[in-house]
Write a protein that binds this ligand. Structure first.
Ligand code: SF4
Length: 477
């Protein structure tokens, strides 16, 4: 059987000729995970429109498309195309789970919820020509004893972070604006792999660098602790995401740093207690964000802080306060979002009841547009403030100011190179993506994620960085 797995590009990744680096980071692990349930004899083609032009003149028997809210229009158009060519088209993912009635119009079958249990069931039905319209994942959710992810289908050289992995599903918390509860409705909403299986998966991955794409890497402290124990001495460096609470509690974060954690995505989201309460983000209440940042810095862990604008208690000073806080607390990179009520979430439900949803154009649900009626600020003020915040946080004077607040020169330089490299060289990234030179950047990323507190001299490190740059220029010529 010929099977095609497709990740259509998000609306924000507009042009095939201009690709911001953030869309070439991670391979489509979800689709490669599903591919593991296919037969060895099946002819499988996995395509990610973020990094390649879709080949649409083929004739697969089965097409599986992963749908997010801002690629939904593209996904539906691709589905139409393949159905006209006689293929059986299935759709799954966050948006399909949120709006099954909408998605169903464009598919022969849809998956609701995570795919590990539904996909094998569907394949059996497909073989027996007895498919249903909808496949629900409810009982028996697990990611233990799963077949190995088909990483051989991933075009590694097209991604900066080919070694991405996900060792859990969901998260133990229940924030109102998050997709999580909607996606896992009707069954377990947080579960993990076994440590021995995770370590085997890590062993399969070439190189030093890993990126855990879990919503909350420290969400199960026992598992995380055993995992970090097992990873000690493996010589890996890794990145992931976790909550403020998990950074401040116990010594899990030290264990993570000891195992190679070098940068963490942290959901600070808002400084307002009212906003936190209203968003049901109770795990952040009464926590000292400064202390969390300090603790990470002392461990040499860089911080990608996530912040949301447009919550009901935000007023006009929220943008400056948030940027100033990030610079003062030496956050390495900041990700700002405009509050977005994704369909299926409690936030959407509440806003809809209150008549506050302004548009159902899903392309605008990209966290850069105000799609609801805000309270204290106008939509325009929020959008202007959002773009101002990015510009302000990443201006060189602030990048230098934040870098210089670290104690050691090495930490200062790492911050400077990482933040600068990330946001100041979009043109260079675009060239590298287009000429297929991304893999040359991985050694540089690994170098920037090297330990802050080791005994190598600064001189040596700088020489290493220069050497890497030299190699890149040779390879990309
Ligand atoms: S902590 Fe993060 S992943 Fe978990 S529910 Fe809240 S926003 Fe979602």
């Amino acid at each position: 059987m010929k099977v095609k797995l497709i990740l259509p590009s998000l609306t924000e990744a507009k042009s095939p000729f201009w690709r911001p680096i953030k869309y070439s980071l991670f391979p489509p692990i979800g689709l490669a995970t599903l591919a593991a349930y296919l037969d060895e004899k099946d002819e499988i083609d996995l395509q990610d429109q973020h990094v390649e032009k879709l080949k649409l003149d083929d004739s697969p028997d089965l097409v599986v498309i992963q749908v997010y809210i801002t690629n939904a229009k593209r996904a539906y158009a691709i589905a139409d195309h393949y159905r006209k060519r006689g293929a059986f088209v299935v759709l799954g993912g966050l948006h399909v789970t949120s709006l099954p009635d909408e998605a169903e119009q464009f598919a022969d079958a849809i998956f609701i919820g995570p795919g590990e249990q539904t996909f094998p069931k569907f394949l059996k039905d497909f073989k027996n020509k007895k498919t249903k319209r909808r496949y629900y994942s409810r009982l028996g959710r697990t990611i233990e004893n799963q077949p190995p992810i088909r990483r051989d289908l991933i075009k590694r050289r097209k991604y900066l972070v080919p070694n991405s992995l996900v060792i859990s599903r969901g998260c133990p918390h229940h924030c109102d604006f998050c997709y999580k509860d909607a996606f896992f409705k009707g069954g377990k909403s947080f579960y993990t792999q076994r440590v021995d299986e995770i370590l085997v998966e890590i062993d399969r991955l070439k190189g030093k660098h890993l990126y855990f794409l879990d919503d909350h890497l420290l969400g199960n402290p026992k598992l995380a602790s055993e995992l970090f124990e097992g990873m000690r001495g493996m010589g890996r460096v890794f990145q992931g995401a976790a909550t403020v609470q998990s950074i401040l509690k116990g010594n899990l974060i030290e264990k993570a740093a000891g195992a190679g954690l070098r940068s963490l995505f942290v959901g600070f989201e808002t400084f307002s207690e009212e906003n936190l309460k209203q968003s049901n983000k109770s795990q952040n209440l009464k926590l000292n964000y400064e202390l969390a940042a300090k603790r990470l810095h002392e461990l040499g862990v860089m911080i990608n802080g996530s912040f949301v604008f447009g919550l009901d208690n935000d007023n006009e000073d929220v943008f400056k306060r948030t940027v100033d806080w990030g610079v003062k607390n030496a956050i390495t990179t900041a990700t700002y979002h405009i509050l977005t009520p994704y369909p299926g979430t409690r936030l959407f439900e509440n806003m809809q009841k209150a008549g506050r949803i302004k548009t159902r154009d899903w392309d605008l649900y990209d966290t850069r547009h105000v799609v609801y009626e805000p309270k204290n600020l106008s939509a325009e003020e929020i959008e202007v403030g959002y773009w101002w915040s990015y510009k302000e946080f990443y201006k060189w004077s602030n990048v230098f100011k934040a870098s210089l607040s670290h104690d050691s020169v090495k930490h200062q330089l790492k911050h400077l190179f990482y933040t600068g490299g990330w946001k100041k060289f979009e043109g260079l990234w675009n060239i590298l993506i287009n000429i297929g030179g991304l893999k040359s950047m991985l050694p540089l990323l690994e170098l920037l994620l090297s330990e802050v507190n080791n005994d190598k001299s600064l001189h040596q490190k700088l020489e290493n960085i220069a050497h890497v740059f030299k190699n890149i220029s040779i390879e990309t010529k």
